[in-house]
Design a protein around this ligand. Sequence first.
Ligand SMILES: *Cc1c(COP(=O)(O)O)cnc(C)c1O
Length: 360
Amino acid sequence: MYNRIYNFAAGPSMLPLPVLEQAKEDLLNYKGSGMSVMEMSHRSKVYAAIISEAESLMHEVMGIPDDYKVLFLQGGASLQFAMVPMNLMKTGKADYVVTGNFSGKAYKEAAKYGTANLAATTKEENFTRIPRQDELKLDSSADYVHICYNNTIFGTKWYYTPETGSVPLVADMSSCILSEPTDVTKFGLIYAGAQKNLAPAGLTVVIIRKDLIREDLPAFVPSMCSYALMAKNDSMYNTPPCWPIYMCKLGLEWIRSVGGTEALQARNIKKAKLLYDYLDASKLFKNPVSPESRSLMNVTFRAEDDEINARFVQESTAAGLSNLKGHRLVGGMRASIYNAMPYEGVEALVSFMEKFEKNV
Ligand SMILES: *Cc1c(COP(=O)(O)O)cnc(C)c1O
């Protein structure tokens, strides 16, 4: 009806069609307000209802207990690489598990504010797997342990939540938030740039256990980087990203309508299995990731010959399967199959790959 293509972009990425349709319906006149959500004051009653509904839906859909605060911030996941150490480094040291590009950036950024200890890395193995618990060199007196739960570029995910004792666990869930049920109580802080699995770009969601919110921050910390100030003002210390928060609310309503994170997990496993099963049987394409660490959201693959990879990207794009070119750090191809990607999209991709392989 709309001539939409299957968009495999890593982020910004596909949004669920019902979300876009609702946004379209609301666009010119939101619920009789006579204006769009993009035009209204963030201090208005009608907008206050939107942001508070978004916050309570986060609690409901993700199962976030009341001793956690949900914050709607800006600056992307990348600003959290700095905000986490600025706010949580009390004694000045933290453990970092580096499993890819973004966790590496977080680790580097943290070193500006204190001692960032490399608790484990799989760099020597090209980040093709997640370290086991017994490989993590954790310091029991660290202020927190930082991990990246799903590695968007290298296509790996954690299948266990590391045991960190009384040290709070901090997780970057930018590319996997709400893709499966999460036991939030195992984390001190979770953050996610919204543009992969939640909403349009411009919004970062932070879920922080309330006892970790500190007021006594070093003087250099900008007001805008204080979780305490943001929490005290219910994410309205300044103008919040009004439109992405509204879109996030629609996205959460959609997740609820399709059966919540359990239903999405089942769908995501089914989608990823279709693709990995094909790759494992393929003579042309390979996925380099260890089977026990394979991401359900970002699936990388490549042929040995880079000319074939380039041809694949070109021909798949022409066939309405877009943005399959891999990240430059990995090369080859990457299919990002977030919550909004329907099973039919993965089916279309696999059948295209089968045809391509036959004709190579
Ligand atoms: C995309 C991504 C980031 C960077 O997000 P920005 O919002 O662009 O800052 C960080 N971490 C992960 C896991 C990502 O996928």
